[in-house]
Design a protein around this ligand. Structure first.
Ligand SMILES: [Zn+2]
Length: 225
């Protein structure tokens, strides 16, 4: 379920291709330089371009691959992809935390997170499960789970948000690989339910999203989310 090299490269952002081009330029000019021609300025220029674009591409690709792998295990669909949006991608979706383009399952549906949410998720995953999460990290994790619930084929917003809260612990476990992460995820879901959920727009809420309600996935256990 881990995205392959070809698939990863095909998802490169524009600066990823700039990194590739300047890297090729660097190789070409260095070969020309070593064979006796002076290409010092061209080498320096390519290096100046290649270094930051490669770094940002690496950052982008590593979190996208990690989010995609977890989304594939969560949905059981090996064709989904989770993307960190660039600024131009975000323009038609201003004001939204994230969005998913859900086509039919199995056809490469994509979920999109804003760049700042990818940063917050990266920062949360880079810490330890026992360290206190920021509000932004809590929200980023929730938005991520919300979008991959969409990728699993649920389209209704209220049902999606309610399911997301109840599956956050499981997703945190998939990311971190231990029960300490599951516990940390459960705590963040409880925080979202207490602090954010009551303020969500009507379309995202349901009176059935409560302990023992119709949207409670485990109505008998007395625990929620
Ligand atoms: Zn949604």
């Amino acid at each position: 379920m881990t995205p392959g090299l070809f698939e990863t490269v095909s998802q490169f952002p524009w600066y990823g291709w700039l990194a590739v081009a300047s890297g090729l330029g660097l190789v070409g000019y260095t070969i020309a330089h070593l064979s006796g021609r002076w290409h010092g300025f061209a080498i320096a220029g390519c290096l100046l371009l290649a270094a930051p674009t490669s770094w940002f591409t690496y950052r982008n690709v590593s979190i996208e691959r990690r989010m995609t792998e977890v989304a594939r295990r969560f949905t059981g669909d090996p064709t989904v992809w989770v993307n960190c949006a660039g600024m131009f991608d975000e323009l038609p979706h201003l004001g939204k935390a994230g969005w998913a383009q859900v086509v039919d399952p199995g056809t490469g549906a994509e979920a999109h997170l804003k760049a700042e949410q990818c940063d917050a998720l990266r920062s949360w995953l880079g810490g330890s499960p026992s360290s206190a999460a920021s509000f932004d990290e809590m929200l980023a994790l929730h938005v991520y789970v919300h979008e991959i619930v969409h990728l699993s084929g649920v389209l209704d917003e209220a049902q999606t948000d309610c399911t997301a809260m109840q599956r956050t612990a499981e997703v945190a476990r998939l990311f971190g690989g231990s029960d300490a992460w599951r516990t940390a995820g459960a705590a963040l879901a409880a925080r979202y339910f207490a602090e954010v959920y009551p303020r969500m727009p009507d379309a995202y809420r349901s009176t059935e999203c409560r302990p023992g309600g119709r949207l409670d996935r485990t109505p008998a256990d007395g625990r929620f989310p």
